[in-house]
Design a protein around this ligand. Structure first.
Ligand SMILES: Nc1ncnc2c1ncn2[C@@H]1O[C@H](COP(=O)(O)OP(=O)(O)OP(=O)(O)O)[C@@H](O)[C@H]1O
Ligand SMILES: [Mg+2]
Length: 238
């Protein structure tokens, strides 16, 4: 279980302070499909970065399986980010002069995996997202949907237990968005916990946990059994 406890995040820009998160408390049970929704600037990306150990809160704490992330040392945090968690960024964050395959290999290279093993696993992850024939392409030679799928393959390659995705269909057309949706659904069915920031009602309809953010606060949180006739996350913020 992943839990945020009274998490605050304040950005300091010279004399200006931006209160991005103002006391967020929530829980994401194991194997759930959690969706975070809210207007632009409400703190969704900030929250995802803090939950996934990419950033630290100004106050409050995040617990993963009962252990405080704030108490972990640098090695412990790196291990969590590198192995247990996978992250799909809002803007892909692919490296422009590396091929799709090399981009996917990167997290394994950081973990010190042998070259041949890296290559085989990267190709398998690319196959999983339907991009075997794009392995040698660079990001600039691929469509937005293909780049997003490379970013997902990169997040999957170390076989993480929790996958964080920040608007994974934000820049995609409906058809490509559906492919991503099917991928996410498949990963959750395999037992992976998903935490997804999205405006996409089709993704929100899959949610077992819905978290609505507004002005850095949780305005709605709901856990539910998903039924097939559910059209959208009932905790959506209007
Ligand atoms: N590095 C930063 N430095 C200063 N302020 C920041 C920084 N990152 C985010 N903010 C501010 O914090 C607030 C929350 O930003 P955040 O990116 O978490 O919003 P969001 O809900 O993800 O928005 P969007 O839907 O547009 O992606 C915003 O007011 C933003 O301007
Ligand atoms: Mg964002």
């Amino acid at each position: 279980m992943l839990a945020a406890k009274d998490v605050h995040k304040t950005y300091f820009l010279g004399k200006v302070q931006v209160y991005a998160l103002r006391g967020v408390t929530l829980t994401v049970p194991e194997r759930s499909f959690a969706v975070i929704e809210g207007p632009s600037g409400s703190g969704k990306s900030t929250l995802l970065h803090i939950l996934s150990c990419l950033d630290r809160p100004t106050a409050g704490d995040v617990e993963f399986r009962g252990a405080s992330l704030g108490q972990l040392d640098r090695v412990g945090r790196a291990r969590l980010r590198g192995k247990t968690f996978g992250f799909v960024f809002q803007k892909f964050n692919l490296i422009g002069n590396l091929s799709a395959q090399e981009n996917v290999e990167l997290p394994m290279a950081l973990q010190g995996a042998p070259v041949l093993d890296r290559r085989a696993r990267a190709l398998k992850a690319l196959e999983r997202v339907g991009l075997t024939d794009r392995a040698r392409h660079r990001p600039g030679e691929m469509s937005g949907g293909e780049q997003q799928r490379v970013a997902i393959a990169r997040a999957l390659v170390n076989d993480p237990e929790v996958i964080f995705a920040d608007e994974p269909t934000g820049n995609l057309d409906t058809k490509t968005g559906r492919q991503i949706l099917d991928l996410l659904r498949g990963l959750n069915a395999e037992g992976k916990t998903l935490v997804v920031v999205t405006h996409n009602p089709e993704i929100a309809a899959l949610a077992s946990v819905c978290i609505g953010l507004q002005d850095g606060k949780v305005v709605k949180e709901r856990s539910q059994e998903v039924t097939s006739d559910e059209q959208s996350c009932p905790a959506r913020v209007a």
